[in-house]
Design a protein. Structure first.
Length: 340
């Protein structure tokens, strides 16, 4: 228990909690490639945060099945994240039809899909990388702005670090809630996000090291060993599948070999076309292909794109997702007590 009711209100009951119907202001970032499934999303939601499903490119039957399986595991709110680089009208419709009332959009302008989501009573989130993008999102009806800093792992929306980005976005869209994404993996990061004016954090890399995340054991081992210096921001090394899609991954031998060759463009990269791994769901995986080293992957895991943010240096142990949520909150409370 906290010594001060004001601190308890400040931490546990932010505007994000009110808006999303959750107990704790923590959102599990959507991470694709099969890493996030119903088990992880439900575990975060059951702990009081918000779990997020990631059916960016799934067929409609899979979208519905994942939502139904998640609902069987939790009675609490969870959301669906949709990448607008791909057509998402049918997946949005399926999600709403299955009763999902928290929809998160990513990458392109969400204006065309927001009216449909709002008409169904959904709360809409959208990820941005600048204050200008945040204002545009708020103006077209987005309820909660996710401001993603350059430190984030996976697909990176902007080029500004989290520390300067969050207050700029907060100032631009107040009183809309702002969620801080990028570089946050513990309670100190949560406390810092609140101090910057955010209503909570969007956490990805820490949840990769949860028992419910379906990552390959070698990928998890590399995450747990990595320091804050072991990631690299790339403008386009791996074949993401859409243009102008920067990404952050763990530095590995594919990156090192490409750099040693002088960072050549696609078509001239060393080892192109070489099959380095296989996946039961995706089949043969050639070097530079976008994929995630999930539990069904075999082969040269070290050569695959290993998504991770700079917060990976704070990730040193494997825990259940629920324990991660509780640990982050307890540490943030301790920080706030110390600073009070």
């Amino acid at each position: 228990m906290l010594n001060s009711p004001q601190l308890e209100l400040r931490l546990v009951k932010t505007t994000l909690c009110d808006r999303l119907g959750i107990e704790l202001p923590i959102i599990q970032a959507p991470m694709g490639g099969g890493v996030v499934g119903p088990a992880l999303a439900a575990a975060v939601s059951n702990a009081g945060g918000l779990g997020m499903l990631v059916p960016w490119r799934a067929d409609l039957a899979t979208v519905r099945r994942q939502i139904q399986e998640t609902r069987a595991l939790t009675s609490r709110p969870f959301g669906v994240n949709l990448n607008l680089e791909f057509p998402q009208e049918e997946r949005l419709e399926a999600s709403l039809d299955e009763g999902v009332r928290i929809i998160s959009f990513f990458w392109r302008d969400p204006a065309a899909l927001i009216p449909r989501a709002k008409a169904a009573g959904a709360t809409v989130l959208h990820t941005v990388g600048s204050a200008a993008d945040a204002r545009r999102a708020a103006d077209c009806g987005v309820d909660v702005i996710v401001a993603q800093g350059w430190e984030a792992g996976g697909h990176v929306r902007g080029t500004v670090a989290t520390m300067p980005l969050i207050p700029a976005v907060v100032d631009a869209v107040s009183p809309a809630p702002v969620v801080a994404a990028g570089g946050i993996a513990d309670g100190r990061g949560l406390a810092a996000a609140l101090a910057l004016g955010a209503a909570g954090p969007w956490i990805g890399t820490r949840f990769l090291a949860s028992r419910e995340a379906a990552v390959h054991p070698r990928y998890r081992e590399l995450l747990l060993k990595a320091s804050e210096h072991d990631t690299i921001f790339l403008e386009g090394l791996f074949d993401i599948g859409w243009p102008n899609a920067p990404h952050r991954v763990l530095r590995n031998k594919t990156v090192d070999t490409w750099e040693a060759a002088g960072c050549p463009p696609s078509g001239k990269r060393p080892g192109e076309g070489e099959v380095i791994a296989t996946s039961r769901s995706l089949g043969p995986l050639v070097r530079y292909r976008v994929c995630t080293a999930s539990a069904d992957t075999g082969g040269d895991i070290d050569a695959l794109p290993l998504w991770a943010g700079q917060s990976v240096g704070l990730v040193s142990n494997l825990k259940s997702a629920g324990d991660i949520v509780r640990e982050i909150v307890e540490e943030a409370e301790a920080v706030l007590r110390r600073l009070a």
